[in-house]
Design a protein around this ligand. Sequence first.
Ligand SMILES: Nc1ncnc2c1ncn2[C@@H]1O[C@H](COP(=O)(O)OP(=O)(O)OP(=O)(O)O)[C@@H](O)[C@H]1O
Length: 249
Amino acid sequence: MPIISVESVRKTFGEVLAIDDLTFAVDENEIFGILGPNGAGKTTTVECIAGTITPDRGQVTVLGADPARQRSLVRERVGYQLQSTALPPALRVGEAMELFAAFYESPADVGSMLDLVGMTGERRRPFGKLSGGQQQRLSIALALVGQPQVAVFDELTTGLDPQGRRDAWQLIEQIRNRGITVILVTHFLDEAERLCDRIAIIDKGRSRFIGSPTELMDATPHASTSPHRLEDAYLRLLDQDTASTARGM
Ligand SMILES: Nc1ncnc2c1ncn2[C@@H]1O[C@H](COP(=O)(O)OP(=O)(O)OP(=O)(O)O)[C@@H](O)[C@H]1O
């Protein structure tokens, strides 16, 4: 059953058309990936869902609410992990968690959240002294401290080493196993293939594909004898679109 729907949404920033006529729905408890080239409109899309920006046209519904009109209700239910978490370097991990927890009516227990992300031992460590992987794990804990029903992760694993990425993947699966619906913005096709039930591919603000990774691979011709990867199917899809545009189709 869809718990998020995005219908015919358009958002412009001055002259820039960031997303146009975008429509998709996210089912309860799925891991839904949003992929696309740089500047495609992915962050704009999740910001419309989280209620941090308001679409010019169209309708977004999150758990029955309109994020533009019922902003505080949606913020209570949607945990949003930003592309990069900027906290004062001297702020300790435990203090950051307590601070964020204070924004919510019924926050999670800070200790158990730090335990979930493997940061119990870092509770007194200042943000500025954390490694990149630890900062990402803290950003996950901060996104979850309000006990959201939906968690949005925007380029969570960018900049992480291979082990850090695997750890983050495991965490995302654990989060889904807790009944949380996950929206994952990513540039990594292996990540989408491994984690996502369904994906939306956005290019130049418009939706190019919505379905499971397997459906995308099945829909894309594969001539070579090498294993067919989601990345090949993705690049082929975007290539086809570029070719069609060039032919004026
Ligand atoms: N606040 C803003 N003001 C002006 N233009 C913006 C703003 N936010 C986004 N844009 C523009 O809207 C378009 C879509 O941006 P968006 O950040 O949604 O893309 P993205 O797919 O998330 O990109 P990336 O993968 O590079 O993070 C881009 O052309 C971007 O420059």
